[in-house]
Design a protein around this ligand. Structure first.
Ligand SMILES: C[S@@+](CC[C@H](N)C(=O)[O-])C[C@H]1O[C@@H](n2cnc3c(N)ncnc32)[C@H](O)[C@@H]1O
Length: 479
């Protein structure tokens, strides 16, 4: 007789009607915490490299959790199912230890303060701090070792009492600096990280120290998981050594083939991207062409091989340079001194019903408080509007004047020829008015509403001198 379990064959469609794991168990709090961390990573999010234009992308970790939870079956041991799921998400203690180690989350002195360890000098080395207070603390003992074996229990320094100490210890109080020994192995470090993480009370405290699962080499992060997963699902014939293999086998068990995921509202592409990364076949569409472009980019640019990415980046750099060369040669974006436009400002203009003038609207006209740069409104009596001039290095008094804009307390407010004009914005918008013909507009750049009688005006500041050719004159800067 033998206890060895004979591997079962993988039977297509065997799980056709099996309830999904997610119906019975789902670590919502952990998924939520990890999703929040991904969101807070800002530019560190995987798909944000395509641009932060799409604000509402689903966190990838959430997509992964839902797809895995939907494909994994329930067994008769819900607790074990949850444990397996958490391992596959790297939410378990081993996953956390690996994620924390890669993040170098804990300083040696923090580990020393948190764990019990009888022979710490097998993994750690110390140096005595070089200040007077520390020298005093050790004056009674042999001079601290300075040889390359520093920190080892060595015959040369048998009298040093530090070497008989164990953890926990307070390195600061002992005036020593701790560090990992060069010959400490990854397994040594993982063992101590596991111990140290176990001293934190909550999942959130531990996970906050860690890299996100997707930031860690997947083969290494999940290496200990596969034997456990294979044992748990041995009765189904599963033998997987990566998420992709597991997903494919679960697909065969449920549908007779690799899972196909369709997302007809793909938006920023999170769902197609993550399910493709997990190993599913993907179909995606969206009504919005920008969403289609972002989804395409997620799969074909972010998801491209390293070599392909490098090629794309090189092509983009060449294209950007060619455009830049043209702009410089044509003199656009440059002024007569060769200054290159760096920033463009836009504001809406509206016609004042009282004076008939077009008035640019802004709550203030300060561009830079540090450099005393303001936008000045220069009346053009002939055309009944204002030109906008950017002036640098103005006086305090001029800064104070620029702090007053042309809109205040819900009204258009400005002075012209010593007279103050005030018109409520509601009146300008035509709130409560009966429908009338489209108001007069002068569209310089574009309009931002259909109801307000306005035009967009633009002005710009020249700040970066460049070697470009002198271009068309533009609103000049300088006093
Ligand atoms: C909430 S977003 C999807 C977000 C996406 N899951 C993500 O993570 O980025 C909803 C998407 O549905 C798209 N949409 C709305 N109505 C649609 C329709 N009738 N057909 C196709 N797409 C549609 C919108 O263009 C939008 O991109």
């Amino acid at each position: 007789m033998t206890d060895e379990i004979m591997p079962s064959p993988l039977i297509p469609n065997a799980l056709q009607d099996a309830p999904a794991l997610i119906v019975a168990v789902f670590p919502a709090q952990k998924v939520s915490f990890e999703a929040q961390r991904e969101r807070k990573a800002g530019a560190g999010q995987t798909l944000t490299a395509l641009g932060s234009y799409w604000k509402g992308r689903k966190p990838l970790i959430l997509v992964r959790a839902i797809v895995l939870g939907s494909l994994l079956p329930q067994t008769d041991d819900a607790e074990a199912d949850l444990e397996i799921f958490e391992r596959l998400m790297a939410f378990d203690d081993e996953g956390l230890a690996r994620r924390a180690l890669i993040q170098k989350a804990l300083k040696s002195k923090d580990i020393a303060a948190r764990i019990e360890l009888e022979a710490p000098w097998r993994c750690f080395a110390y140096t005595v701090k070089k200040d007077a207070r520390c020298a005093d603390a050790y004056r009674a003992y042999e001079k601290p070792p300075t040889d390359p074996n520093v920190g080892r229990i060595s015959e040369a320094h048998p009298a040093n009492p530090l070497e008989t100490l164990g953890f926990p210890l307070d390195a600061d109080a002992l005036c020593i600096t701790l560090r990992w020994r060069r010959d400490a192995t990854e397994e040594d470090k993982l063992t101590l990280y596991r111990k140290a993480l176990a001293t934190f009370a909550s999942y959130e405290e531990k996970a906050a120290l860690c890299k996100r699962p997707e930031e860690v080499d997947q083969a290494w992060l999940f290496a200990p998981v596969w034997p456990v997963v294979n044992r748990h699902y041995a009765h189904l014939g599963i033998e997987a050594w990566s998420h992709q293999q597991l997903i494919e086998q679960l697909g065969i068990l449920r549908y007779g083939h690799r899972p196909r995921v369709g997302d007809t509202f793909s938006g920023g592409g999170s769902i197609p991207f993550e399910v493709a990364r997990l190993g599913c076949d993907v179909y995606a569409s969206d009504l919005n062409p920008i969403a289609c472009m972002l989804t395409w980019g997620a799969l074909n640019i972010i998801g491209a091989s390293k070599e392909c990415r490098a090629g794309i980046e090189q092509t983009l750099r060449q294209a950007a340079k060619a455009v830049d060369d043209d702009i410089t040669a044509l003199g656009i974006e440059h002024n007569e001194r060769g200054d290159r436009a760096k920033i463009f400002f836009y504001c809406l203009e509206t016609r004042c019903p009282e004076s008939g003038w077009m008035i640019p609207i802004s709550p203030h006209w300060i561009i830079s408080k540090q450099r005393n740069v303001v936008a000045k409104l220069i009346p053009d009596y002939e055309n009944k509007h204002f030109d906008i001039k950017v002036v640098s290095g103005v006086s305090k008094k001029e800064m104070l004047a620029a702090a007053k804009g042309t809109v205040k307390d819900g009204a258009l407010l400005y002075e012209l020829n010593g007279k103050t004009y005030r018109t409520p914005i509601k009146t300008l918008r035509g709130d409560y008015r009966a429908p009338r013909a489209i108001p007069e507009t002068a569209c310089a750049v574009g309009r931002n509403t259909t109801s307000s009688p306005g035009r967009m005006t633009s002005f710009r500041n020249g700040s970066t001198p460049s070697s470009g050719s002198p271009g068309k004159p533009w609103i000049s800067s300088g006093k």
